[in-house]
Design a protein around this ligand. Structure first.
Ligand code: NAP
Length: 438
């Protein structure tokens, strides 16, 4: 029997568990740890609440979770409640699937001002992550500036723009819905330091901006490269650029009907934020793209900004005793292997890129490494204690482990509390989650 500990119950964690089941069948026991009492990581607190079809992938993870040789070990923080060396002692393989939950810092003067948030915090707020439930962003000003031109920037702009009606069927948490419905934002500026050919936005997500009830995208046609140049783009990006061209060509009377303008400000690099305690404006520098990189032209201008959300990427949280690559913001690893017996998968391995589905081959890849290390003898004989060993340690430490069965009770309570038409009303604090398991 081989024992695998997976740290993190998001997509990378569950795909790894699924791959381990396929590879080792009945000869493996998998424990999936999470610091929250609830599973699914990014699916629950990252994927936008109005993208329920993407969230539905959790049903696949539940199938894995309910099998006899996989179990969920919630409410346990690895690195604090149990250390990595302790897990290595108990399990043949420890796989870090902890994602990249921290914001890449916006390293400009004024970034510490009030009402300036990173996307991990802001998305966590509207998605009910316990760490960010109290964020309380002030939406009483007129202009929000969203920094970055990736899918997260799109999520944030869209959530800021939607009407109550457009949140029907979503699981946006009540505190965020109430705040958004009272919002006074009329202008959402999406800042990109490069041009339309360098956006990271995918067509389906970008297309949604053109179909909002009370908001319309604005693109200055002068920012568009010559149409013939689109031919060299890979097909997905070409589709996105075609959508941007469509936004630029949108008739003025259609835009005039919408209360909220979503303006694409290309070739604009953030330089500084200013304000009295709270952010009031952002200074940007005009850029040009030279050899693929943003290069400042020296021309500067200022945009009023009562809210700033920086969507410029994420970093993995270091764990004591695990080598960390500071520059890349992820665990130091060689294609998933940190060292024999210790691995990283998903965003903790490769950084914050790709879709949910990218984690599937990642999970299968890391299980192949585990198989290789077993066969080379690097992991020793099958003599580790696994589950019973961890249970003894948890009892000795008085850890309050939340099981998958407990989670199902929490889930039922969330479903019972849902407003009409919504799938659930999430608990946003850990104590309430734990109480709900009965
Ligand atoms: P991303 O796709 O890497 O985009 C980050 C953006 O931030 C880029 O436009 C980048 O510009 C910009 N940026 C980085 N550093 C900057 C700086 N210092 N100043 C100004 N701009 C800066 O990251 P993401 O949007 O966080 O998304 C993460 C991953 O999740 C992506 O793979 C994304 O597709 C995925 N995701 C998917 C969905 C979906 O499928 N519905 C939803 C959300 C997220 P440069 O290109 O110039 O560096």
């Amino acid at each position: 029997m081989r024992h695998i500990a997976i740290v993190g119950s998001g997509p990378a964690g569950y795909y790894t568990a699924e791959a381990a089941q396929k590879e080792f069948g009945d000869d493996v026991r998998v424990d999936i740890f999470d610091l929250l009492p609830v599973p699914y990581g990014l699916i629950r607190t990252g994927v936008a609440p109005d993208h329920q079809s993407i969230k539905a992938v959790s049903r696949r993870y539940e199938k894995t979770a309910l099998s006899d040789n996989v179990r969920f070990v919630g409410n346990v923080t690895v690195g604090r409640d149990v250390t990595i060396p302790e897990l290595q002692e108990l399990y043949d393989a420890v796989v870090l699937a902890t994602g990249a939950p921290k914001d890449r810092p916006l390293d400009i003067p004024g970034a510490e001002l009030g009402n300036v948030f990173g996307s991990a915090a802001f998305v966590g707020w509207y998605n009910g992550h316990p760490e960010f439930a109290e964020l309380d962003p002030d939406l009483s000003g007129k202009t929000a500036v969203v920094i970055g031109m990736g899918n997260v920037a799109l999520d944030v702009a869209r959530i800021l723009a939607k009407t109550q009606n457009e949140f029907a069927g979503s699981d946006i948490v009540a505190h965020a819905l109430d705040a958004l419905m009272a919002s006074k934002i009329e202008r959402i500026v999406i800042l990109g330091r490069r041009g339309p050919h360098q956006i990271m936005m995918t067509p389906k997500e970008l297309g949604e901006l053109g179909e909002l009830e009370r908001a319309a995208p604005h693109v200055d046609p002068r920012d568009l490269p010559d149409e013939a140049e689109d031919a060299i783009l890979e097909p997905g990006l070409r589709k996105s650029v075609t959508l941007i061209r469509g936004f630029a060509a949108m008739p003025e009377h259609i835009r005039a009907e919408k209360r909220i303008a979503i303006e694409f400000d290309f070739f604009a690099q953030p330089m500084a934020l200013s304000g009295d305690g709270k952010v009031e404006s952002i200074e940007v520098e005009r850029t040009e793209v030279v050899a693929g990189r943003a290069s400042g032209t020296g021309e500067r201008y200022s945009i009023p900004a009562s809210l700033v959300v920086s969507c410029i990427g994420y970093r993995t949280t270091p764990i004591p005793d695990v080598p960390f690559d500071e520059r890349q913001g992820r665990f130091a690893n060689d294609d998933g292997r940190i060292l024999p017996g210790l691995y990283a998968v998903g965003w903790a391995r490769r950084g914050p890129s790709g879709t949910i589905g990218t984690n599937k081959p990642d999970g299968f890849g890391v299980v192949k490494l585990i198989r290789e290390d077993i066969e080379s003898g690097a992991l020793g004989g099958a003599a580790r204690h696994g589950r019973p060993g961890f249970d003894a340690l948890a009892e000795a430490r008085g850890l309050d482990v939340v099981t998958f069965r407990d989670w199902k009770k929490i889930e039922e309570a969330e479903e019972r509390a849902a407003r009409e038409g919504a799938p659930r009303e999430k608990f946003v604090d850990i104590e309430a989650m734990i109480r709900a398991r009965g």
